[in-house]
Ligand binder design. Sequence first.
Ligand SMILES: Nc1nc2c(ncn2[C@@H]2O[C@H](COP(=O)(O)OP(=O)(O)OP(=O)(O)O)[C@@H](O)[C@H]2O)c(=O)[nH]1
Ligand SMILES: [Mg+2]
Length: 343
Amino acid sequence: MVWKLKRPILVGGIGLSFSLWMLQSWHHQLMQLTEYSLLSLLAVGGGLWLIKQNRSKLTEEQLDEMTIARATVENTIAASASAINKLVEIAGDCQEALDKATLLQEKIPYLQNELDRESIKLTVTGGKSVGKTTLIQVLQQQNLESVKFEETSPLFIQGNCDTATIDDAVKSDFVLFLTNGDLTETEYQSWEQLKAENQRLMLVYNKQDQCLPDERASVLLSLKQRIGRNIVATAASPQPIKVRKHLDDNSVQEWMEQPAPDIEDLTEQLNKILADRQQLVWATTMRKAQLLKTETKSLLNGVRKLQANPVIEQYQWISAAAAFANPVPALDILATVAINAQW
Ligand SMILES: Nc1nc2c(ncn2[C@@H]2O[C@H](COP(=O)(O)OP(=O)(O)OP(=O)(O)O)[C@@H](O)[C@H]2O)c(=O)[nH]1
Ligand SMILES: [Mg+2]
């Protein structure tokens, strides 16, 4: 049975008024409902965010202590090698890509040899005049076995972090990051950058002799709160102190004395870290292999893009021609005109 609507304007009008009235009377409840759902959404979102934060903290700590198996590094080197082979394969007659691939290929045997390296490269970095050179001189007298020290140029140029210095630092096995007090924002960002590169490192609060003992404790506490563990305090070259001696004839003799460097905590920590030097070497090799893989992949993408361009252009022409020749849009316009004309 076909139900035929009589007086459509009247029925439509009544329907519309009824709906508006319903909306009006439910408006309050609806608003409350929206408020509650917004609040619950906020609560759920906040909860999820907290869980995520806790998890990322955990993974950061785990990464710090993560032991690397030799096989994992070997697999990463092998993956880089096969990516380079793929690059050679698809490069075809693109000489530039082939030359780059040859250069990358030469790094593979170097990385394989790196796995058995005995000596450790220890880099000392930090801002200007924090005591990098002095600390290296003092550490060199500690007879740390097969450790080569290197100093980076100051980490900051006019208050900005120098990325070239960071790149330099991540090539070493271990980094000592020097600071003379609470971390500045730029220092913190550089520290985070090194951590993001999975660089093994330690924060050294040098020149602690410039502060009174309770000030030192509060600086150390604040550093620990900011970056967690991995902090030692040193005084590579403490300020000379005035010594006063009362003699028998009631006269007073005064002179300046140079205290010995205060680096025991640092050498103790370093000895612990260097005890597992294989781990340090493997971690560095892993970083270098990953870097090689990333470099190869971006070259591969570049070559693929170059090769795909002519095909994309060809299809662009085809679709442009098809759009031009297709009568459907024209039919569409015709239909609209016809319908309008009927009215
Ligand atoms: N009071 C005090 N002074 C220190 C300490 N360590 C280094 N110094 C002094 O800090 C100044 C800078 O030391 P450097 O070792 O040259 O510092 P740097 O970081 O190598 O400096 P740049 O390479 O120029 O960035 C020197 O006068 C050192 O004697 C320390 O533990 N306590
Ligand atoms: Mg220096």
